[in-house]
Design a protein around this ligand. Structure first.
Ligand code: GLU
Length: 369
């Protein structure tokens, strides 16, 4: 077995086989593969979508006239049905499953992150298969950054959280093509992508189908994961035995090799916890100092802040052209940074009345993007 710890993300279209309800036959084929993988010595964490679809189907025409249940309510109905299905299917193989529902908050606050990490580790050690989904019942809004909104990124965060060495995103297409295969019959499957750059991103289409993840979110997720030192494969989950084949190192779908060595835990945490609530903009000189000389970001190099964030949040750092330079855990909130931007660090105390240190973002808490 080439991989030791695998996160397998199953998308809605795969779990429903393109229908409007959970397709137990498809699910049971996936279960068979997870069980086989474990028998071959790998540890497996499942990230499962399908709660919305299951909930919508279950409620069906039982919804009282005039009522329109929220996405949260629908997902709550569906999540229990989804877990019941997984539980029964795995039970045929004497395999114990555990439901783990996460929110963005659990992943973006240091304590929540550590708790989730410990629980997942415990479950793996106890021999259970954790089945993770976003806690849609309480995850409200991407704009307020309380919700992740799609399970591709959740899969990448989970891979990061459990120190996986492989993230497999199984969907109902063969992988990433060089153009839209639905429109261009000559479209070619990309077997291997070494760098997820603007060109590759431009190839990816928008969201489609029953799930919320299209290729765009898969690429975002792949980028998060490869940067955290995790190999990623996007492949067609309908192909029999594909999960096992991938974990054994066979070339299937589109492969994104991990970028360099696994980075240490703190850096992984940073990449897994970037807040969407705002970001820091730095000047050209600071961007170069970060990129080329591995420096800390000082207030003197901060040109501006966008959005609102608190001290201790992890935010992206952009250059004046809006390109992502780095992500880091900030020592100052957005209001504070707005007041000390452009200033020498020795003027922090006189400006704010206190100081959390000379750096806006310390290099130890920073990862280049
Ligand atoms: N959490 C959603 C669900 O279970 C899935 C989100 C997605 O489709 O990526 O229905």
């Amino acid at each position: 077995m080439r991989y030791r710890r695998v996160v397998a993300k199953f998308g809605t279209s795969l779990l429903t086989a393109g229908s409007k309800r959970l397709d137990l036959e498809s699910m049971s084929r996936l279960v068979g593969q997870v069980v086989r993988l474990r028998a071959l010595g790998a540890e497996v964490v499942v990230v499962s979508s399908g709660a919305q679809a299951a909930g919508r189907h279950r409620l069906g025409n039982r919804i009282p006239a005039g009522a329109s249940p929220s996405r949260q309510a629908i997902a709550s109905v569906g999540q229990s049905h989804l877990m019941q299905s997984w539980d029964e299917l795995f039970d045929w193989h004497d395999t114990v499953v555990a439901q783990v529902l996460l929110t963005r908050r659990d992943l973006s606050d240091r304590l929540g992150y550590l708790n989730a990490r410990n629980t997942l580790r415990d479950l793996i050690e106890a021999g259970a298969v954790p089945i993770v989904n976003e806690n849609d019942a309480v995850a409200l809004d991407e704009v307020l950054a309380t919700r992740i909104g799609e399970n591709d990124s959740l899969g990448a965060y989970v891979a990061n959280l459990v120190d996986a060495d492989l993230l497999v995103m199984l969907t109902d297409v063969d992988g990433l093509y060089d153009s839209d295969p639905a429109r261009n019959p000559a479209a070619k499957l990309l077997r291997r992508v070494d760098r997820i750059d603007a060109e590759v991103e431009a190839i990816a289409g928008g969201a489609r189908g029953a799930g919320t993840g299209g290729m765009t979110t898969k690429l975002t997720a792949a980028r998060i994961a490869v940067q955290a030192g995790v190999d990623v494969v996007i492949a067609n989950g309908r192909e029999p035995g594909i999960l096992v084949a991938i974990a054994e190192g066979e070339s299937k779908g589109t492969y994104f090799p991990a970028a360099g060595d696994r980075i240490e835990s703190r850096k992984r945490w940073i990449l897994g916890n970037i807040s969407r609530a705002g970001h820091i903009v730095v000047d050209q000189g600071a961007a170069a100092a970060l990129r080329e000389r591995g420096r800390s970001l000082l207030p003197a190099g901060v040109a501006g802040v966008a959005g609102t964030f608190d001290r201790g949040e992890t935010v992206e750092i952009h250059d004046p052209a809006g390109r992502r330079v780095a992500a880091g855990t900030t020592n100052y909130g957005s209001d504070e940074l707005a007041r000390i931007r452009g200033l020498h660090s020795e003027r922090i105390t006189e400006t704010l009345g206190y100081s959390y240190g000379d750096e806006a973002v310390h290099r130890d808490n920073l990862v280049l993007l």
